[in-house]
Each structure stands twice: as C-alpha cells, then as structure tokens.
Design a protein around this ligand. Structure first.
Ligand code: PEP
Length: 248
C-alpha cells in the first residue's frame, strides 16, 4: 500500500517573509500528520525553504526543470541545480506551463528524464481541457500525455509520480467529483501497469481545486494516492487539514 502523498504547488506566490510565516504555521501543526508531504516553491526560494524544512518530514519541490542538462539556455534551471538544493520532487508539465509556455508532451517527457537522472521524482501532470472533456476526449488526451513520458523513460517510469489535473478544475473551484477522478485514475493506473511490472510504486495524485472541505472524499477513492494542491497550499490551516485527511 502506498502512503498518501500531498504536495503543495505555490505557483508564483510567496516572498521571504510570507514563506517563513506559512511554513512556521504548517510545521507547528504537523503533529498528527503521517502521510508523505512536499511543497513545490518558486526557484528563488529553494535555498530559503531548504533551510526552513530541514529536520521536518516535508520534502522540498520545484515547479519546473529544464529539458537540458547545462549550457546556453538563458532562464532555465537544470536538474543538477535543483539537486544542489536538496530538491526531492519536481513538477513536470503543469497545464499552466503547457498552456503559457507551449510545452509539448515530448518536452515534458524530457524534463521528467532530466529529473530522474538526478534522483528527483518528477510529478508529471496530465489533464484535459473543458472542451476536450465535452468532446469525449478525456481518456485519449491523458493517455497520449502519459504515453510520451513512458516512451522516453522506459522502465524508469516506476519512479515517477503522476498528477491528474483536469485543466477545467485548476484554480476554478470546479473540483472533479470523486467518481470523475477515480475513473481517470483507473485509466492511468492501467496504462502504467501495462508499462512496468513495478506499477504499484507509482502514486497518482489528483489536482484541481482540492481543498480542506473536499479532500477526504477525493482521497478515499481507491486509485487516488494523494493530491497536488494549489490555492489551498497557501493557507496553513487548509493545507494542514488536507494533510490530516491524507493521514487517516
Ligand atoms: C495546481 O496548480 O496544480 C492546482 C491544483 O491548483 P488549485 O488547487 O488551485 O486548483
């Protein structure tokens, strides 16, 4: 059985003082938390948050990684650089990057490969838009996105985390129902099982307006192994409630 995994995605939020306050509050409330946990912070705050999380069970994460190892790629941050700061998780292919930075399935697969090569667990995001869901393309879209990562990473696929994040649910308050999430997670689980004999190692997170009120029901689904949390990860009380829901 996989222990549940809850990862906060701070997106482009935070600041030195705000980060310290948020993490101090979270650390103070961690008492009954037994699930795995992480926070994916903006790159400039990796050093600060690495220090703040030292000695806690919360792992450090990044929100993106370059598909290249080093060289003339202005503005990019490589996996070896992330490793220097003790990064444990790295989001790859968040829909905001696919949308605003035109990241292709192939680029996402290469980012996952870079992370894996440095011992960083990529959290590979897949998910359909509202139009794709309405057109009955949900399964085809998420399978295509994950297939690119499987194709590029072969047997290492057992070392990734997958996050199902329906684009229409991210930051909208339109959370997928537990049944909708479970249906897609089961499809992803079957695809991973067909790709590796070690599929049981792969956690599949749900992301998209998961919050303190709906987390328990989503996390109760058999194929929902945790959550990738945006807005609710910025409020200590909400994030702690989700961590506790994942610890039952
Ligand atoms: C996310 O950005 O990955 C996310 C799930 O955001 P939110 O929880 O705010 O919908």
């Amino acid at each position: 059985m996989r222990p549940k995994l809850i990862v906060g995605n701070w997106k482009m939020n935070g600041g030195l003082a705000a980060n310290q306050l948020l993490l101090d509050e979270i650390k103070a409330g961690l008492g009954a938390v037994r699930c795995r946990a992480g926070v994916c912070v903006p790159h400039p705050y990796l050093a600060q948050v690495q220090l703040l999380l030292a000695g806690t069970p919360i792992a450090l994460g990044a929100q993106d990684v370059s598909a290249q190892t080093a060289g003339a790629y202005t503005g990019e941050v490589s996996a070896p650089m992330l490793r220097d700061f003790g990064v444990r998780y790295c989001i790859a292919g968040h829909s905001e990057r696919r949308q605003h930075h035109a990241e292709s399935d192939e680029a996402v697969a290469l980012k996952a490969k870079q992370a894996l090569a440095c011992g960083i667990t990529p959290i590979v995001c897949v998910g359909e838009t509202a139009a794709e869901r309405e057109a009955g393309q949900t399964e085809a879209v998420i399978k295509r996105q994950l297939a690119a990562v499987i194709h590029e990473n072969g047997h290492c696929i057992s070392e990734i985390v997958v996050a199902y994040e329906p684009v229409w649910a991210i930051g909208t308050g339109n959370t997928a129902t537990p049944e909708q999430a479970q249906t897609v997670h089961a499809v992803l689980r079957a695809q991973i099982k067909a790709a590796t004999p070690h599929a049981e190692r792969v956690s599949i997170l749900y992301g998209g307006s998961m919050n303190a009120a709906n987390a328990a029901e989503l996390l109760a689904q058999p194929d929902v192994d945790g959550g990738l949390i945006g807005g609710a990860a910025l409020k200590s009380a909400d994030f702690l409630t989700i961590l506790r829901a994942a610890s039952r």
